[in-house]
Design a protein around this ligand. Structure first.
Ligand code: GLU
Length: 319
């Protein structure tokens, strides 16, 4: 699961999407892409295998576009390739989708809704965008209704950002078990899988909860559950430290993070020091640990390995 950035507003979107994706780059990915809609309503899709630097080479910055979606992919279904890179488009070209996560019932969706659709890649995501197009065959449905019908049948984890080329004034999003936020600006909105990607644009964010879908324009956003209840939720101020955003003098985030470890440990220890400088574990933490019959360490990547070490220390110390 990797990165999503979407933007609808007044500024040239290509650079916003690419620099947003670059902020998420250190997490790792195998391919990347952006999709933009220009002022005349024409669509432009750019995808590359490999680095965002390579994607930059193929993006046309002269397209006058102020809305678009971007993605860095960490393949779960299908090899890393241009055909499997996101954004994915429906066969008729109407819908374009980026997705973080894993669709569990992709085979069933394909068999039920897309028996005659020739897919161009092997991802679960391309199946979803074509399922959306399938529901659009009913001319009576609005984009919101089409998206909702698709969300009702999709099972699994997803953060989606969707564009319907028939309505280049609106950006759509939905979330279930994969992170996604709305960023609120003065005359624009963003969606991002992490505020870090767009914190340079705005520090005002609104959470999207599992099972919710979102409609965004330049000036408005509206959240509803997939079952149709309207949700009102106020923005909060994201406190991402701008210094954390940049690698600074370091060639890699990993080196920066290793170097930061003494400072981070000091900060954690200070948190539990009393005025005499002695370690003082808060009572509620002590009680919670004493009352627990087991401890789960939840982690992935490097912290997964650190978790194993922590398990070893805890078991040794606790006998
Ligand atoms: N399951 C999707 C794919 O394989 C999305 C992976 C991701 O989260 O980057 O393309």
């Amino acid at each position: 699961m990797c990165g999503i950035v979407g933007y609808i507003g007044q500024s040239a979107v290509q650079e916003i999407l690419l620099s947003g994706l670059e902020k998420l780059e250190y997490r790792g990915y195998d391919s990347a892409g952006i999709f933009v809609v220009d002022k005349m309503g024409n669509s432009h899709l750019f995808r590359e295998k490999g680095r965002i630097a390579e994607l930059r080479e193929v993006v046309d910055f002269d397209v006058p576009a102020q809305m678009g979606i971007g993605h860095t992919r960490w393949a779960t279904h299908g090899v890393p390739s241009i055909a499997n890179a996101h954004p994915h488009q429906s066969q008729d070209g109407r819908f374009t989708l980026v997705h973080n996560g894993v669709i569990e019932n992709f085979q069933e969706l394909k068999a039920t809704y897309l028996p005659d659709v020739a897919l161009t890649g092997n991802t679960d995501t391309e199946i979803v965008v074509n399922v959306i197009a399938h529901f659009a065959k009913d001319d009576a449905l609005t984009t919101k209704e089409i998206f909702r019908e698709a969300l009702k049948v999709v099972k699994g984890s997803y953060a989606f950002a969707l564009i319907d080329s028939k309505d280049p004034e609106t950006l759509w999003a939905a979330k279930n078990k994969s992170p996604l936020l709305i960023g609120v600006g003065t005359d624009f909105h963003v969606v991002a899988s992490d505020a870090m990607a767009t914190i340079q644009l705005t520090d005002q964010y609104v959470e999207i909860h599992d099972g919710e879908m979102v409609q965004l324009t330049n000036t408005d956003f509206a959240i509803e559950t997939v079952s149709g209840s309207v949700i009102k939720r106020a923005p909060y101020k994201a406190t991402v430290d701008a210094a954390d955003l940049e690698k600074g003098m370091y060639p890699y985030y990993m080196l920066k993070e290793i170097d930061e470890q003494p400072a981070v440990l000091r900060r954690i220890v200070q948190q539990y020091q009393n005025s005499a400088g002695e370690l003082e574990i808060p009572n509620e933490l002590k009680q919670a640990v004493e009352a627990a019959d087991r401890i789960h360490i939840v982690a992935c990547g490097t912290s997964y390995h650190a978790g194993w070490l922590g398990k070893h220390f805890l078991e040794k110390m606790a006998g």
